[in-house]
Design a protein around this ligand. Structure first.
Ligand code: GDP
Length: 242
């Protein structure tokens, strides 16, 4: 907590890495500078993310040598808001909301080693059986056969976690041997006690649904939990923690 000691700044250490993302007042032996996005310290790497390509199914996606991390969740879970918050951008994930692209797999390149993948939202009430069947087929195919997929960030509204489709997603990931990190989104909608209880309950349920999955609270609105997610992404992408 070196920066806190200096009193000019409230930043400190992020997640598992020992990097100090604080600066101005910090007189500690820290090397890496970060930047602010609406008052939140960000790992600058993710700010570089830009739209790369879309595809309807696995066969349409480009081959590349980097690693992918996929973002999954039901429609309205807060996936676009989370991707924007994690990349410090206002409208990166708007790409995924462009008519015609909502059911596509959208790739965002951080650098040539790291690609963020926005999977189509699910839980759609008004779509046909054929669309749902195609979604199931395409998701199962992508998750089980995408060789450079390193892990899945599963987003669930903190007030309605572990829907049937969320459990389906966890089951596919477990079957494919994929790491999963769950975000309980919109955590600002609950008070601290209720959010903590939701976290405990989901953590408990995961011990049977996907024993290796981790979970955290997240709010794109309040910009809370970003450092924790970046630490997971850094680890999956193999970014050096210096
Ligand atoms: P997506 O369909 O999963 O991409 O969800 P969006 O990111 O579009 O968010 C759906 C709705 O939830 C929008 O009205 C957002 O403004 C709202 N939302 C997203 N994240 C948060 C959050 O952290 N807190 C609150 N209170 N609302 C949020």
């Amino acid at each position: 907590m070196c920066c806190e000691k200096d009193g000019e700044f409230y930043a400190s250490h992020f997640g598992r890495s020992n990097l100090c993302y604080g600066f101005y007042g910090c007189r500690g032996k820290h090397r890496k500078l970060a930047f602010f996005s609406e008052g939140v310290l960000m790992n600058p790497m993710y700010r570089q993310a830009h739209f790369l390509q879309s595809g309807a199914k696995l066969a349409d996606l480009p081959m590349h040598a980097g690693r992918e991390v996929a973002f999954a969740g039901r429609s309205n879970a807060g996936k676009s808001s989370a991707i924007n918050a994690l990349t410090g951008q206002q409208s990166l994930a708007r790409t995924s909301k462009t008519p015609g692209r909502t059911q596509l797999i959208n790739l965002f390149e951080v650098n040539d080693q790291a690609i963020l993948v926005d999977l189509p939202g699910y839980g759609f009430a008004k779509v046909s059986v054929a669309v749902k069947t195609a979604w199931q087929h395409n998701m199962a195919d992508y998750l089980s056969r995408r060789g450079n997929l390193r892990g899945v960030i599963l987003l669930m509204d903190v007030r309605h976690p572990l829907t049937e489709h969320d459990q389906q997603m966890l089951s596919w990931c477990r079957g494919a041997g994929l790491a999963v990190h769950c975000l309980l989104t919109k955590a600002d909608k609950l008070n601290r006690g209720a959010a903590g209880n939701a976290l405990l309950q989901v953590r408990k349920a995961l011990t049977t649904l996907h024993p290796n999955a981790s979970v955290q609270l997240f709010s794109a609105l309040k910009k809370t939990g970003i450092g924790e997610v970046h630490a997971v992404l850094d680890s999956w992408f193999g970014f050096a923690s210096a």
